[in-house]
Design a protein around this ligand. Structure first.
Ligand code: COA
Length: 701
């Protein structure tokens, strides 16, 4: 059975040139239907005596954005991409690819099969396959190095980042640039020139591969492996490129195709495609449909500490004018210098010009000590100390000075947004906007909806995130919302393993091995151990007596060891924080607790550590979804991917659970419950999915 597929090619002849207009909105992905239509159009052109050359161009915003990712899981039909590409190249009359907009993956491969290439100045040419766990599968790894050399081809294919048209011209990827607005017209003029000069087809498959010195690939192997961070495709792609130097074209091509098809079945590819579509589903919530966000121009920030200054920086970089209020001049000075340092970092990274920096700090930023400065703000974000009485004070003051319709937001990480809203006369205008530190770098924004939050206030939270280039996730009110609630649970699971015998270092290594950039204890040391200590104290009065707490976490804090900032925590830190070593005194405190509680130390394999850690994460996430704190499993995936360093090539915890199977996760939860049936309470949703052999993905809608 063939799959439904969209995409067509419009054929016409203009001034003796065949014009093949490729159309498959929105991005002209190479669907089954489009490949068939293009194949037929090339045959038609070859037999068309009225046309002496052909121009391929894309209708809409770009040429071709690559293979149709939506069709990857379907049965393909019609000519494959390699067949289409071979057909284009074999054409006996010149074929010209006229490029504009996004020209990616298979789009570049179609352009490389064409005999000539002209591009509009704003074209982006790239081979992004590695970003979805693939390699170019239709000769890209063979044709590209033949055209632009090994170094440039390695950079484009293993890095996945597109190049600008002017760089493409310089490296020989395109023959000519045009500033013409109409790419079709520019293509026709170029084609007429080729015909007039009697230049026939040029076929890259017939060009010998450049020679490579022995060192080149060895150096590249080390560099690519270092950057890949667990992603397999870049190193595999590199070996394909190396094949160009060590075997004939056809043999290398066959290996490339076979490898591409194998990778299409790989777990990393499936996870990365899940992440690709997760990104695009982020803001698509039924409750936002048709709701207009409130206009935002001036934004206020209360508090100029690391978080407040980071939020102010992010707002400035996104084009907002910002009013920041601190208690006194000393506080304002600190805030000014942190914001300036953050912006200087943006200048260094090429995100801002020196002039731009001066404008942002000189004109767009206002610093003040009085709340009256917020009287014109459309939104005020509070980023003060995590203590309910302090929040009450801030929100009462904001309620008194802010204009009608202004949105009052809290950046709290854990506290009850309903209780914060209740101390204003306008709870409908109150929302949580939970940024992650450093706020001008981290992409996640949890948008926390309280009971009375108005729909257009929620819509404004999402619009703000979009303008700031952040990924917004809707979260309900509970202790820690989505991300920190899951973090607290997984950390507790890790602490329990420590009491049983694992060391912080063993746990951190296992979790790094899974693909996280850092383990839970390294992260805790970085964030500051006093933060979770304060939280434990806050929750102590209402804690269920069955909720077992480890003593060593408090004992470590009682010594004044708060992690990196004090030079010691679970690890000891010197000047180079990356070279930390286990803190023997902390290990002693842990051992003392084991002895006191009569726990016999046992060893843990990395696999068991990951299994337990992930089971705690998935089980808690399932509870969070059932309670409506997260609306969809994909929102949990986005939260962990963008706020907590979850490896993208694993797709997020819910995708991981689907890959492993709910039943297997449930087994680990039940195993844990034999020892601690309070901590390992099974989330009913996990049980239901396991029973039905269903996936979390099936709940994404
Ligand atoms: N196949 C199928 N659908 C695709 C697609 C592809 N290769 N590329 C984009 N789309 C879809 C998106 O899912 C989105 O659909 P939606 O509106 O239903 O969510 C729509 O096209 C627009 O994409 P979006 O990413 O929102 O637009 P953009 O203008 O921000 O970015 C691209 C456009 C092409 C740069 C970006 O979509 C992209 O990088 N696509 C993947 C390219 C790729 O990896 N190609 C190689 C595949 S092997």
């Amino acid at each position: 059975m063939t799959s439904p597929s969209s995409g067509t090619v419009h054929y016409s002849v203009e001034q003796d040139i065949a014009v093949l207009a490729i159309e498959n909105p929105p991005v002209n992905a190479l669907s089954n239907a489009l490949r068939s239509a293009l194949f037929e159009a090339i045959e038609r052109f070859e037999n068309d005596e009225t046309a002496s050359a052909a121009v391929l161009y894309g209708v809409g915003a770009g040429f071709i954005a690559g293979a149709d990712i939506r069709e990857f899981s379907l049965e393909p039909w019609g000519p494959t991409l390699p067949e289409l590409i071979a057909r284009i190249e074999a054409c006996e009359k010149p074929v010209i690819a006229a490029l504009h907009g996004n020209t990616l993956g298979g789009g570049v491969e179609v352009a490389l099969a064409s005999h000539y290439r002209i591009a509009q100045e704003k074209t982006r040419l790239g081979m992004p396959e590695v970003h979805i766990g693939l390699i170019p599968g239709a000769s890209g790894t063979q044709r590209l190095p033949r055209l632009i050399g090994y170094d440039a081809a390695i950079a484009m294919i293993t890095g996945g980042r597109p190049v600008k048209a002017k760089d493409a011209l310089q490296m020989g990827l395109v023959d000519e640039l045009t500033s013409e607005a109409g790419i079709k017209e520019a293509g026709i003029v170029f084609a007429q020139k080729i015909v007039a000069e009697e230049r026939g087809p040029r076929r890259l498959a017939q060009v010998g591969a450049p020679a490579a010195d022995a060192q080149l690939f060895d150096t590249a192997r080390a560099e690519v492996a270092k950057k890949a961070k667990g992603l397999e495709a870049p190193s595999i792609a590199l070996e394909m490129i190396a094949n160009a130097a060590r075997m004939p074209y056809d043999a290398a091509l066959a290996i490339e195709r076979r490898t591409f098809l194998e990778l299409k079945e790989s777990a990393q590819h499936k996870a990365l495609v899940h992440a690709f579509f997760a990104d695009r589903s982020a803001g698509r919530l039924p409750e936002l449909k048709g709701v207009e966000p409130r206009p935002l121009s001036q934004v206020g920030v209360v508090g100029g500490g690391t978080m407040g200054a980071g939020i102010a920086t992010a707002l400035l970089l996104s084009g907002f004018s910002v009013v920041l209020v601190e208690r006194d001049e000393a506080g304002l000075d600190r805030a000014r210098s942190v914001i300036t340092a953050n912006l200087e970092g943006a200048v260094k990274r090429g995100k801002l010009s020196a002039d731009g920096l001066a404008k942002l700090t000189g004109e767009a930023l206002v610093l003040a000590c009085e709340y009256e400065a917020f009287s014109n703000a459309d939104l005020v974000i509070e980023a003060v100390f995590e203590e309910m009485s302090v929040k009450h004070d801030v929100f009462s003051k904001l309620d008194a000075v802010c204009k009608q319709g202004a949105i009052l937001a809290t950046n709290t990480s854990y506290l009850d947004v309903n209780a914060i809203a209740a101390c204003t006369s306008r709870p409908q205008d109150v929302i949580g906007l939970h940024f992650f530190s450093p706020a001008h770098i981290m992409k996640l924004l949890e948008v926390v909806v309280a009971n009375a939050t108005a729909a257009d206030v929620l819509a404004t939270g999402f619009a703000l995130a979009k303008k700031m280039g952040k990924v917004a996730v809707r979260a309900g009110v509970c202790d820690g919302f989505i991300g920190n609630r899951i973090l607290a649970k997984t950390r507790a699971a890790a602490e329990a393993m420590i009491l049983e015998g694992a060391s912080p270092k063993e746990i951190d290594s296992a979790i790094r091995g899974f693909g996280f950039a850092m383990g839970p204890f390294e992260t805790a040391d970085m964030a500051g151990l006093d933060i979770s200590w304060a939280r434990r104290k806050r929750l102590a009065a209402t804690r269920d007596p069955r909720d077992r707490q480890v003593g060593f976490a408090d004992a470590i804090c009682e010594q004044g060891w708060f992690g990196r900032k004090t030079g010691s925590g679970y690890y000891l830190y010197g000047k180079d924080v990356a070279k930390h070593t286990p803190n023997p005194d902390a290990l002693e405190l842990i051992e003392a607790e084991r002895v006191e509680k009569g726990i016999a130390q046992r060893s843990f394999s990395a696999e068991e550590i990951v299994e337990r850690y992930m089971a705690a994460m998935v089980n808690e996430a399932a509870a969070i979804i059932s309670e409506g704190i997260a609306l969809r499993p994909v929102d949990v995936d986005l939260t962990l991917l963008y706020g907590y360093g979850f490896p993208r090539w694993r797709g997020g915890p819910m995708h991981y659970a689907d890959a492993v199977g709910a039943a297997k996760i449930l087994d680990v939860v039940k195993q844990g419950a034999k020892d601690d049936d309070y901590f390992w309470r099974t989330a009913p949703l996990l049980e239901k999915l396991a029973e039905r052999e269903a996936t979390f993905a099936s709940l994404n809608g």
